[in-house]
Design a protein around this ligand. Sequence first.
Ligand SMILES: Nc1nc2c(c(=O)[nH]1)N[C@@H](CN(C=O)c1ccc(C(=O)N[C@@H](CCC(=O)O)C(=O)O)cc1)CN2
Ligand code: GAR
Length: 218
Amino acid sequence: MAKTKVGVLISGRGSNLQALLDAAQDPDFPAEVVLVLSNKAGAQGLERARKVDVPTGFIDHTLYEDREDFEKDLDAKLREAGVQIVCLAGFMRILTPWFVEKWRDRMLNIHPSLLPAFKGVHTHERALEQGVRVHGCTVHFVRAEMDDGPIIGQAVVPVLAGDTPEALSARVLEAEHKLYPACLKLVADGKARVSAEAVRIAEGSEPDSETVLINPAV
Ligand SMILES: Nc1nc2c(c(=O)[nH]1)N[C@@H](CN(C=O)c1ccc(C(=O)N[C@@H](CCC(=O)O)C(=O)O)cc1)CN2
Ligand SMILES: NCC(=O)N[C@@H]1O[C@H](COP(=O)([O-])[O-])[C@@H](O)[C@H]1O
């Protein structure tokens, strides 16, 4: 069966990209990374892709006055490569509704918290400041609203006594590297069912008491 073609958008280190590249080495994995695009020329993730002969591209967002013009070039390269699913992996640009709608329910992002908790930045510092006992990461379909959208999967990471943001971040990152490939597999296999509950939570409702966290094979 033909593998789902994945394009990955990055801006930096690319450790989640590496996890997707590694997962795709398995002949039974239902997806293949066919293109890696970065908005930063020196992104370490570009070298990770080159090492395994995955085509890369650099599109400098600073050269565009209009955000949508940058995104139109992104979109053109993705379509040229036959991409069917886009994975954001530390891609540091807020995408406009135009791009988000073009890739609606075919674009995933990973966020280092148990959404809807701790949207935005500095998630580990905020989790420690608030004294939460569990933290973790989320893979979700991308919507125009930042860090919103139906949740595909989450991995729960316990907060340990004496945890620093660095130690917690490292533990969450390990979970990210397992969660992202597991969620991409669910989507590529057509098994990522977005429950009405997930949509309700994404739209700001409180989870029902019986809502449980889904840990797909993490
Ligand atoms: N419309 C959406 N775009 C993006 C989403 C999303 O859920 N909806 N997820 C992000 C998440 N993200 C990190 O992975 C992220 C990206 C961008 C920013 C941000 O503030 N960007 C600034 C520029 C920052 C910079 O260049 O260093 C901007 O775009 O003006 C925060 C978090 C990916 N996009
Ligand atoms: N709001 C989204 C966000 O904060 N994303 C986070 O950026 C990092 C990218 O690292 P990587 O380049 O090593 O994959 C990851 O920890 C990811 O969860």
